[in-house]
Structures are given as structure tokens and as C-alpha cells.
Design a protein around this ligand. Structure first.
Ligand SMILES: Cc1cc2nc3c(=O)[nH]c(=O)nc-3n(C[C@H](O)[C@H](O)[C@H](O)COP(=O)(O)O)c2cc1C
Length: 389
């Protein structure tokens, strides 16, 4: 068998592109409108320089931390994503892979596997919900997660139902019956490795969302759940506070991009925020999270755990985010490329790439611990951050 190991996340992405049907690959690329934010998430990390030292480096480097009370072997956690059709093991493989590497995981309420099975793979599981349906149904989702043993809640708020993409959106069927199988055959038959994985698993990709409804009810379809979400009036900050109170434990508000809103999340009682633009899937032209991170850390860094997600592909990206004040980062597409390329082993491969990259960046910067990082380690070009609010 060919060596499935890859040395960078970019190579995992190339393998994923070769292996996945075009529509599935396109769903992971995603992005909104012109892709300005999606591209900026990557570009912004490249604009930041680092200041290496030449001698006197530390022979050992520490990178373990905690994220919302959970021990993490490095300042990274799995961001929630729906991974339907990427791999038959889906979130269960991601859970086992992240647990094997000692980091917590976020599981999406639009994920493809039930929380009760995913948590067997990684008990350090945060459940993610959207503001979808009435308050009772949202609390119902949280209570199901509590009963399953979730260690915390993530409420994702940065979604604007912007559906057009200049490169076109992939056509995604609700489920695969004979008719849709025939229709997608040309796309799927050119991807024998992906097809073989599914045939071996004895199942066909389904677009069900088993965590959206009660535990023992049939899983609603993706589009049905999406319709519920789309029809739900957006929350106020008082609504958010109600949900934080109902959960009564570690609670992240994901999708914050402004210091004034970060303050509202603090006031609502959240434990953490993730500075994010949903991987460039919210309104296009929202800046890369790393550009607004310093302003947000200045505003609330002493009062709440500030995390960041969007564009993290290398250990040096993690170090840059930490140097600018983040406690840790969440990764999305990076582990999805690993999962697509090589299942659980691919997820572990991506996490090893990040760990090694964090370690070599700390070595190069002459740091013995992530705790020693500061903005002085990073070269921020003029105009990198937007004007402060
Ligand atoms: C295919 C895909 C599905 C996603 N699904 C969700 C989701 O269900 N819930 C959520 O909070 N965020 C979701 N996100 C956003 C990620 O959690 C995360 O914010 C984003 O991927 C970070 O950017 P990155 O992919 O550059 O790491 C999704 C992102 C992608 C690419």
C-alpha cells in the first residue's frame, strides 16, 4: 500500500481533492461570494513575520494548556463541522484521532454521527449549537448533550445565509438512492478510493443530522434542519445569556469579530469566545480573525478565554495567534483534509504536523513555553489590523 503519510496540510488537501467526489470537495472548500474572507484567513497569517533568534534556544518547549477547563496537549482544538460524506467514520474518526493526540473536540449539531457514539471516542467533547428553532428545542439539544456527557457548549452565531459563490456551489443530494446515484455516478466513479471506503463500511453517505432532534427520534434531514435554522429570528444578547444560564457550565460564543460584541459575550456570562468568520463562510469581506484579534484581546482578554479560528494550517500560525493574545485556536478544514486523505490516521497526521510546527517555531523564537510568547515575537506590517472601533 502506498505511504499515506503527508508532510503538510497543503499536501493533505491535494490528496483530499484527488480522493473526494468534486461535490464533496467543493462543500469543504465552501466560502461565501467572492471568497475574499476565506482567502484573507490564509493570507493574513502569511503577512505576519516572526523574529527568530540564533543561539541560546531552549532545549525543551512546553505547549500544554487548558481550553475552557479541559487539558489540551497543545493549544489547539477541533472546530465543529458537519463532515457528511467525507469519510464513513466521520466525526467518530475525528474524535478518536483528537483523543489520541490529547486535544478537545467540538461536535456540530449538523454533524453526521450521534453525540452518544462520538463521545466514546473523545470524552473531552464540546457540543455546538446554532440559534435554530424555539428556546425549548435548543435547550432540548443541550440537555441531550449534557446527558451524553458533553463537557461544554459552543454557540455559533456568525452565519448570514449567504449562499452564492462566484465559483458555483456543489449540488448535494439529501440522500443517495438509485436515481441520485446514477446522476452522481460520473463524479463518484472517478473516485474509486473514496467509493471503496464507503462500500467497505456497508453504508451510503446520508445527509441526516442526528444531533438536531431528540436522541431516539429519526434523524432530521440536513435541509429540513437548515430550514428550521433559517426560519428562526436571530437572538438578542439577552437570549444568549438565557442559554448560557440554562447550560450552567463552560460556554463558548463562536463567531465574534468586534471588541464591543466580545464585551457583550462577557456580560452574557460566556467562558470563552472564538474570534472567527466561520472559515470565510459568513458575510464576505469580514476580515481574517487574526487581524481583529489584538483589538479584541485588549478589550476582553483579562475577562474571558479568547480563542481564534480561521486559516490555521501550520504550527507557526498557532504560535502567531498565541503571540497576539489568543489562548488557543480551533481548526476546521485542516483536519477535514486529513480525514479525507486518510481517515483517523490522517487527522492524527495533521495534529502531528501542527505540534511539530509549534515546537519548531518555539525553538526558532528561543522560547521554552507558549506562555513566553508576546506580540514582540511577531512582525505586524503597517495596515495589518483594521482601524480600531
Ligand atoms: C465544511 C465546513 C462545515 C462547517 N460546519 C460548521 C458547523 O456545523 N458549525 C460551526 O460552528 N462551524 C462550522 N464550520 C466552521 C468551522 O467550525 C470553523 O469556524 C472554520 O472551518 C475555521 O476555518 P478553517 O477551516 O480555515 O480552519 C464549518 C466549516 C466548514 C469548512
Amino acid at each position: 500500500m502506498a505511504n499515506e503519510w503527508f508532510e503538510t496540510v497543503a499536501i493533505a488537501q491535494k490528496r483530499a481533492k484527488k480522493r473526494l467526489p468534486r461535490s464533496v470537495y467543493g462543500a469543504l472548500i465552501a466560502g461565501a461570494e467572492a471568497g475574499v474572507s476565506m482567502n484573507d484567513n490564509l493570507q493574513a497569517f502569511n503577512e505576519l513575520g516572526l523574529r527568530p533568534v540564533t543561539a541560546g534556544q531552549s532545549p525543551e518547549r512546553a505547549m500544554d494548556t487548558t481550553i475552557m477547563g479541559q487539558p489540551a496537549s497543545m493549544p489547539v482544538m477541533i472546530s465543529p463541522t458537519g463532515v457528511q460524506a467525507v469519510h464513513p467514520d466521520g466525526e467518530e474518526a475525528v474524535a478518536r484521532g483528537s483523543a489520541a493526540r490529547g486535544i478537545p473536540m467540538g461536535l456540530s449539531s449538523f454533524g453526521s454521527k450521534p453525540i452518544e457514539s462520538v463521545i466514546q471516542g473523545n470524552p473531552q467533547l464540546f457540543f455546538q449549537i446554532y440559534w435554530a428553532g424555539d428556546l425549548d428545542s435548543m435547550i432540548g439539544r443541550m440537555e441531550r448533550a449534557r446527558a451524553a456527557g458533553a463537557v461544554g457548549m459552543i454557540l455559533t452565531l456568525d452565519w448570514s445565509f449567504s449562499h452564492g459563490r462566484d465559483w458555483g456551489s456543489p449540488e448535494i443530494p439529501q440522500s443517495i438512492d438509485l436515481k441520485t446515484a446514477m446522476k452522481h455516478a460520473p463524479d463518484v466513479l472517478t473516485r474509486p478510493a473514496w467509493l471503496k471506503d464507503w462500500v467497505r463500511s456497508g453504508a451510503l453517505p446520508q445527509l441526516g443530522v442526528p444531533n438536531f432532534g431528540p436522541k431516539d427520534a429519526p434523524a432530521p434531514g440536513f435541509f429540513e434542519a437548515y430550514g428550521t435554522w433559517m426560519g428562526t429570528p436571530p437572538p438578542t444578547w439577552e437570549d444568549v445569556a438565557r442559554l448560557v444560564e440554562a447550560w450552567g457550565g463552560p460556554f463558548m460564543v463562536k463567531g465574534v469579530g468586534r471588541p464591543d460584541e466580545a464585551r457583550r459575550a462577557v456580560d452574557a456570562g460566556a467562558t470563552a469566545i472564538s474570534v472567527s468568520n466561520h472559515g470565510g463562510n459568513n458575510i464576505d469581506s469580514s476580515p481574517a480573525p487574526i487581524r481583529v484579534l489584538p483589538e479584541i484581546v485588549d478589550a476582553v482578554g483579562a475577562d474571558i478565554e479568547v480563542l481564534l479560528d480561521g486559516g490555521v494550517r501550520r504550527g507557526s500560525d498557532v504560535v502567531k495567534a498565541l503571540a497576539l493574545g489568543a489562548r488557543g485556536v480551533l481548526i476546521g478544514r485542516a483536519y477535514l483534509w486529513g480525514l479525507a486523505a486518510n481517515g483517523q490516521a490522517g487527522v492524527e497526521n495533521v495534529l502531528d504536523i501542527l505540534r511539530n510546527g509549534i515546537d519548531s517555531t518555539l525553538l526558532g523564537l528561543g522560547k521554552s513555553s507558549i506562555a513566553d510568547l508576546s506580540p514582540d515575537d511577531v512582525i505586524i506590517p503597517d495596515g495589518f489590523c483594521p482601524p480600531r472601533l
